[in-house]
Design a protein around this ligand. Structure first.
Ligand code: F0G
Length: 436
């Protein structure tokens, strides 16, 4: 921890604000059930000192400095000793221009922050390095999560690297093989439960208490601390010049909470002078946060969430109170998109030369809707966060391009930008004729 900084856990609920030691093993406030967040007080370096030290560390080969998360460690100083850190050199993900995708989205210019370039291929690594490090600091032996696939792949990798036992709970039949394969290869004990994500989360909370396992789902406040680094790194890559909009997909809403917290803290520390607006995009069949944002009141869970973007197939997002606060205070918005819109936007991101997994493509589909409605201006400075790698879900890609992709209720998805392979004989004349 940087000298003199005090870290503690604080209940996020405005009517409670109960405080707990940073080493308390808690996921919710024991007093009111609210979400918890890490808070820091005491002397902090100036913005100029921070910017300078972050830039200097890019020249360093030390493990902590060459991690695109721990490079920003003064912005989440919850550890008492950096010896607890487990890092796979996560982060360090690129900001990529995509003119074709920009045009498709109705923008003059669009940049993607591609979290699929992480060690396990998703943004979860930014948070998991912090969650796994806190597990080590607490002396935990076993860690667990429920996951739509990426959290489990990431947790399995970091647990393996940290020497922790990993226990993974997955919704049977509803995660991509790429993600399941990762968990198996990294050696995690993997249980496929015949229930959906929301139901399994309730189950895992009971089991964690009963078996003394450390939970690494996104309501774990240290996961959120790590995911803030996605924003810090993006701002650093833009020389601390914030965009007008940051667009991201929303599932359990941990990332939305982390992005909002990162922006507020960067603003308070003087690292940025202006607050970007957050636009959260959900899949139409799993859009409780969209309904909440536009109708107000409490969140009404979707009992049977459905989307081919299985990463965001979540009907009862735990972090909605934090996410709602962040979207509202950033003067942001929430949009929802159809399966066809996600599939076509995904193909356009592929044409940019990097691609992404289905949930990530909700961003471009959402941008297209928001620009055509006039909510985002054509000349706005927009960064969209691609949350997962193209190869996470190859089955989806193959089906789309061959016209075999169907929505969960069985309607066909058009291969608007389809691209099929052709079988040819081993004959140069016929191949030359075909290519003429
Ligand atoms: N994109 C991808 C690729 C994801 O894997 C997830 C969440 C999200 C977006 C949504 O992020 O939950 O913070 O709003 N995946 C979780 C998992 C739920 O288990 O891997 P969120």
């Amino acid at each position: 921890m940087s000298s003199g900084v005090h870290a503690e856990l604080v209940c996020f609920s405005a009517s409670c604000r109960e405080r707990f030691p940073i080493t308390a093993v808690l996921y919710n406030c024991p007093k009111c059930g609210g979400l918890l967040e890490a808070r820091y007080s005491g002397p902090r370096p100036s913005a100029a000192e921070l910017r300078d030290v972050f830039r200097q560390r890019r020249l360093s080969n030390l493990p902590l400095d060459s991690s695109g998360v721990w490079r920003y460690r003064e912005l989440f100083p919850f550890l008492d000793d950096n010896a607890h850190v487990v890092t796979l050199r996560e982060g360090n993900t690129p900001l990529l221009d995509a003119p074709i995708a920009a045009q498709y989205g109705g923008l003059d210019h669009l940049t993607f922050k591609h979290q699929g370039f992480n060690p396990t291929g998703s943004f979860k690594d930014n948070g998991m390095t912090c969650g796994a490090s806190q597990a080590r600091r607490l002396g935990m032996k076993r860690v667990a999560c429920v996951s739509t696939g990426n959290t489990s792949a990431s947790m399995a990798a970091y647990a393996a690297a940290a020497g922790l036992e990993a226990l993974i709970f997955l919704p049977h039949g509803n995660i991509s093989f790429g993600k399941l394969a990762q968990a198996l290869e990294y050696g995690a004990r993997t249980l496929e439960v015949e229930a959906n994500f929301d139901q399994i989360l309730a189950l895992v909370r009971v089991l964690a208490e009963r078996l003394g396992i450390y939970l690494l789902n996104s309501m774990n406040p240290f996961r959120v601390e790590g995911q803030k680094s996605i924003i810090f790194e993006m701002l650093d890559q833009r020389d601390w010049n914030p965009p007008d909009w940051i667009v991201l997909p929303g599932g359990n809403l941990g990332n939305t909470s982390a992005f909002g917290k990162a922006l507020r803290e960067a603003h308070q520390l003087g690292l940025i002078q202006k607050m970007p607006r957050l636009a959260v995009i959900q899949a139409e069949g799993a859009a409780p946060f969209y309904e909440l944002f536009h109708q107000g009141g409490e969140l009404h869970a979707v009992t049977h969430p459905e989307t081919l973007a299985t990463a965001i197939r979540i009907g009862d997002p735990v972090s909605w109170p934090k996410a709602l606060n962040e979207v509202c205070s950033s003067r942001g918005t929430v949009e929802k998109v159809t399966e066809q819109e996600i599939a076509d936007a995904k193909a356009m991101i592929g044409r940019a030369g990097f691609g992404c997994e289905p949930a990530s493509a909700a961003t471009l589909a959402g941008i297209r809707k928001l620009t055509s409605a006039g909510a985002i201006a054509k000349n706005a400075d927009v960064v969209a966060v691609l949350t997962g790698n193209l190869l996470k879900d190859p089955d989806y890609i193959y089906k789309y391009h061959t016209g075999k992709l169907e929505t969960p209720n069985g309607s066909k998805i058009r291969a608007t930008f389809g691209n099929q392979s052709t079988v040819v004989p081993n004959d140069p004349d016929r191949i030359a004729a075909l290519l003429a």
